[in-house]
Design a protein around this ligand. Structure first.
Ligand SMILES: Cc1ncc(COP(=O)(O)O)c(C=O)c1O
Length: 395
């Protein structure tokens, strides 16, 4: 069948591709330690599930307003004030079908063909493809492990061209776990405000860190007319399957996004909205508990990886990923031949050691692999032991 030309530039998500390969091996009876997944291994908190059950019982099974119920919008407004010190009104927030859908809808509503968008690398796999689908041109700003994978204000300044319209900030980051401190965010935000850039903050991992920073929008109020805040209940509340993300932005962008969403998905699922409202407005101790466990696992992973000769890793500050440099193994031979790339190494680890990871190429960092620590500690220990043995077996 004839397919649309615009899809030629879009790749399938690498993270889902690796998870699919791991599932296929499992179906063949292989014991796979899956460190490729980007979702918490915890269950959705009980009070959130109860809110969904109650919504069903109350018959909340119909269309809702496109951008979400007033209950959910108020919960989003309350959350932004409580956690981020950002004051928004109902007309400046909307819910979509997951953070990914919020980002997609925002990009479609914001960018014109040829608009350049600055994207610090390593970046989350979906940004470039979503930008390209919106006609925008991703301009990658490379960061280094030595600088903790954080973009400096000088790098940002040097990357701005007359065509630059926006900057994407994802802190803590997928895939590196790097997080900006208040001072860095303030200088980056002030430069962006001076140069009139739109700043899209993807705050999806903001709660999963031991050292939370303030929001760039609170640090630099002058950014507000050009600030687009994207967040989601997926990671903070272990709700990946519920598909609720949200956007806070000036009302004209929210109106435009609502028009687009009204012609595509309409409202996110009514029952999931009730659950998300309970997550955002209800007790928050569950988030802190998960964040504490992730911090303990982070230490375990960094210690374990640094004990493997040849593996070098920066210390993440949040999210649930480590992003070691594995280039020392390129050129070595595995069971299926020489390893020339992170993809070869990830395939070797999967097939030889039964450990699923995600190769760094699709994050714009071909010397690295991403390992998720959203798995119980014994699973992580087993994964580390297998990786250590498999890398030691390379000739
Ligand atoms: C950086 C980042 N942003 C957005 C998303 C989208 O999350 P969701 O659509 O589940 O809310 C993800 C998911 O992995 C992510 O890692």
């Amino acid at each position: 069948m004839k397919l649309a030309t615009r899809l030629k530039a879009v790749k399938p998500s690498a993270t889902f591709a690796m998870a699919a390969e791991a599932t296929a091996l499992r179906k063949q009876g292989r014991d796979v330690v899956d460190l490729s997944v980007g979702e918490p291994d915890f269950d959705t908190p009980a009070h959130v599930k109860a809110a969904a059950r109650e919504a069903l019982e109350r018959g909340l099974t119909k269309y809702t307003p496109i951008g979400g119920t007033d209950e959910l919008k108020d919960a989003i407004v309350g959350k932004l004030a409580r956690d981020n010190r950002l004051e928004y009104g109902r007309a400046e927030v909307m819910a979509s079908c997951g953070g990914k859908h919020s980002l997609y809808t925002a990009f479609q509503a914001l960018f014109d063909p040829g608009d350049e968008v600055l994207l610090p690398a390593p970046y989350w796999v979906s940004y470039p493809d979503m930008l390209v689908l919106a006609g925008a041109v991703p301009r990658v700003v490379d960061t280094s492990a030595e600088r903790g994978f954080r973009m400096s204000v000088e790098q940002l300044e040097a990357a701005i061209s007359p065509r630059t319209v926006a900057l994407i900030l994802n802190s803590p980051s997928n895939p590196t776990g790097a997080a900006y401190g208040d001072d860095e965010l303030r200088t980056i935000g002030e430069l962006a405000a001076r140069r009139g850039l739109i700043v899209v903050t993807d705050d999806i991992y903001e709660r999963l860190t031991a050292r939370p920073a303030r929001h760039v929008g609170a640090l630099v109020p002058a950014l507000r007319p050009n600030l687009v805040v994207i967040n989601s209940v997926s990671k903070s509340y272990a709700m990946t399957g519920w598909r609720i993300g949200y956007t806070a932005a000036p009302a004209d962008l929210i109106r435009a996004m609502t028009v687009l969403q009204g012609q595509t998905t309409t409202n996110p699922t009514s029952i999931a909205q009730a659950a998300a409202a309970a997550a955002l407005a209800g007790p928050q101790a569950c988030v802190d508990e998960m964040a504490r466990e992730f911090t303990a696992r982070l230490a375990l992973m960094v210690r374990g990886l640094r004990a493997i000769p040849g593996v070098r890793t920066a210390e993440p500050q949040g999210a649930f990923y480590v992003f070691p440099d594995v280039s020392a193994f390129f050129g070595r031979r595995g069971s299926d031949g020489p390893l020339a790339s992170a993809t070869d190494l990830a395939m070797y680890l999967l097939r030889h050691a039964g450990v699923a990871s995600v190769p760094g190429e699709s994050f714009g960092a071909p010397a690295h692999v991403r390992l998720s620590y959203a798995a119980a500690r014994p699973v992580l220990e087993e994964g580390l032991a297998r990786i250590g043995r498999a890398l030691a077996a390379l000739s």
